[in-house]
Design a binder for this molecule. Structure first.
Ligand SMILES: NC(=O)c1ccc[n+]([C@@H]2O[C@H](COP(=O)([O-])OP(=O)(O)OC[C@H]3O[C@@H](n4cnc5c(N)ncnc54)[C@H](O)[C@@H]3O)[C@@H](O)[C@H]2O)c1
Length: 237
């Protein structure tokens, strides 16, 4: 197992780096992100490269030189930020993913690609939402997530690339702060409670959104990536 994480300095990437480091050994986990350097001291023991997922050549060189066979592709623009910069969100979330899938095809890597509850939309059934369901999101983030799911299916069916994913709800964690998603408030509320004693949420009263605790999300990702391929029914998410 030699693993590359894209978007490794984000909310999920930071926690996943620690989790994978303790499971497979820090020397087997390579971190990449668009950020110029690692500020988080807890990540100092990992090998780190600055790499934009839109620059295919850079990522390909790292994957070849490091002998990577598994990729956790977490680099993305999240929902709230994506609405301010929709075309950039498309570029990073879709063209960045295509680059990763192409490299995975060439190098025979397995790829984890997270989708999101953002891939649903107003017409998706709310109760017991089925796996195969209506996905007509109204945000650019959601559109990129549905596209990502379809691309993962496509690369699996056409080229046999070992794509795997889940649709995450909002993730609650305490290590790295969330990066601009709709459910960020569920984490910000704790910081605000300590720092200011108050928090004003943009949601209407009684709105309910799905949430998951980070350790459960990490376990889900790694269990999915370690599952035998023959046990998997779905490749989109
Ligand atoms: N956190 C959640 O609640 C949640 C829920 C559902 C799905 N997801 C998905 O999980 C993945 C990771 O989410 P996160 O919450 O850690 O996001 P985040 O915003 O905290 O982290 C994303 C990281 O990607 C990096 N990045 C941005 N553009 C890049 C580029 N062009 N090249 C390389 N790196 C780039 C950022 O610097 C950042 O460190 C995303 O695909 C996201 O859609 C997250």
């Amino acid at each position: 197992m030699k693993i590359l994480i894209t978007g490794a300095l984000g909310q999920i990437g930071t926690a996943l780096s620690h989790y994978l480091g303790s499971r497979y050994g820090v020397q087997n986990i390579i971190l990449t992100d668009i950020k110029s350097h690692v500020e988080d001291r807890t990540l100092q023991d990992f090998t780190y490269y600055t790499a934009d997922v839109r620059e295919s050549r850079t990522v390909k060189t790292i994957i070849r030189e490091q002998g990577i066979n598994t990729i956790y592709h977490l680099a993305a623009i999240l929902s709230a930020t994506g609405e301010n910069i929709p075309l950039k969100a498309w570029d990073i979330n879709v063209n960045g993913l295509v680059n990763i899938l192409e490299i995975a095809r060439e190098r025979g890597c397995s790829v984890f690609v997270p989708s999101s509850i953002g891939s649903f939309g107003p017409s998706t059934p709310l109760q017991k939402t089925p796996q195969v369901t209506i996905q007509r999101p109204v945000t650019m983030y959601g559109i990129t997530k549905v596209t990502g799911e379809l691309l993962c299916d496509y690369y699996y069916r056409k080229y046999g690339v070992d794509t795997r994913g889940v649709r995450f709800p909002g993730i609650i964690s305490s290590e790295a702060p969330p990066g601009g998603g709709t459910t960020d408030y569920a984490v910000e509320i704790y910081y605000a409670a300590l720092e200011k004693n108050s928090y004003e949420c943009f949601l209407a009263p009684h709105t309910r959104l799905d949430m998951m605790y980070m350790p459960d999300a990490l376990k889900a990702m790694v269990s999915l990536m370690e599952a035998p391929a023959s046990h998997l029914k779905h490749r989109n998410a």
